[in-house]
Design a protein around this ligand. Sequence first.
Ligand SMILES: [Cu+2]
Length: 472
Amino acid sequence: MANCKRLIATLLGIFLFSSAAAAFAQHAPLPKGRVREYYIAAEQVEWDYAPSGLELMHGAELPYPYGLHRRWTKTRYVEYTDGTFSQRKPQPEWLGILGPIIRAEVGDTVVVHFRNLTSGYHSIHVHGLRYDKANEGAVYSNNLPGIAVPPNGNFTYHWFADAGSGPPAGESSRLWLYHGHVNEPEETNAGLIGPVIVTARGRAKADGSPADIDREFVVLFMVFDQLKGDETRPANSEDGLYHAMNGYIFSNLPGLVMNEGERVRWYLAAMGNERDIHAAHWHGKTVRRHGRSEDVIPLVPAETETVTMLADNPGTWMFQCHVDDHLEAGMMATYRIQPAHPRSCPVQFGNANFWAGNPSLRLELKNRTAKPIKKILLESDILVGLDRLNNVQNDWSIPLPLISQQSANIQMTGQIPHPESILGWVIYPQSVVFTDGSQWTPQERGECMRIYWRDKNHQDLRILPPLEMPMQ
Ligand SMILES: [Cu+2]
């Protein structure tokens, strides 16, 4: 019995000592870091959950009911260059609805000059950094000025990145969140949410980003509810729900582009309600999470996770939530790894007479290789609306073999229905066989594609969806 008591006392001692050591490690004085200042306003903005108007993963119309109302008034954190709040600071397009990235290296102080340019009360409450009651930015137990900043009011928050704010041992950075906390559910649903990235002491570039990383992305998985509290919405209706990644649905999240060979850090987060149990999943690549490989990262509301991807598999790949209902509701995007050494195309498409009103279509085709081409299969599509890409079954008659560096006029005859409704022709090779038996096939659908727009001044589309990804 006495032995048993001694054992308990010893174990308790070890426990207390290790807790004290852990507490000490978190609060030990750090060498003085720098002060990083931010000027952030809360503002009302008009937000479009799907600016292309399309379901871009497959090149289709936005499904019901998500396509009914794409634009809503949201409230965002917007960064300015200085205390005049007159010039907005640009942020990467992939941040979407998120507020600016607030950065700190462990040991740094973060000073946020907050101005409330909305008609309601708002605050900034930060996760992961150290603060006192005056800088907590949350309405509940005190009545200090930073908890709820009135319309046209200002408040300056002071936070500190202590050892407990940093990434796990051996890792160079991690994600936290900040958000409004006057009425947290209302404010985060409105869009008042943003990322904080803390870098380990001594591992940051001057701008605070991790020195061992080439590129960073932050992605928030969150279902925004535009009809929150609306009793007239029928039970189980998806009306008003936007299953968004950084505020974009159905692959409208732009700019997740990296170069082959880059070390890419993905910072992931979720926010919201019971429905916001998300499973971030990349096609094409695994990521490293705390020393092990994964390709699915689970997230619950307000959780953050930080993983690293070696971008060594070029292509355009799906990035999605793996919760089936969420995927069906549009929680999907693509990311692109640009090849380090893009291949040259074996053929080139020159002048064409698509818009001459001639029933016999002519197109100039050049063999750009050093070898004669024995056989070539071309895909021809017509755009009859930005979301409608129709395959043309008619074949081109091609004089073969097509010798090295030679051009030939190839021809297509036969009826094309409603030629007046065609916005553009899209041509690309599906396979090229050379006389020596070797063969070229595209690595991605649409490689070596050329588009012939009817309107020569047609805007360059950021994404030509049906060619970015295979259609189902
Ligand atoms: Cu999800």
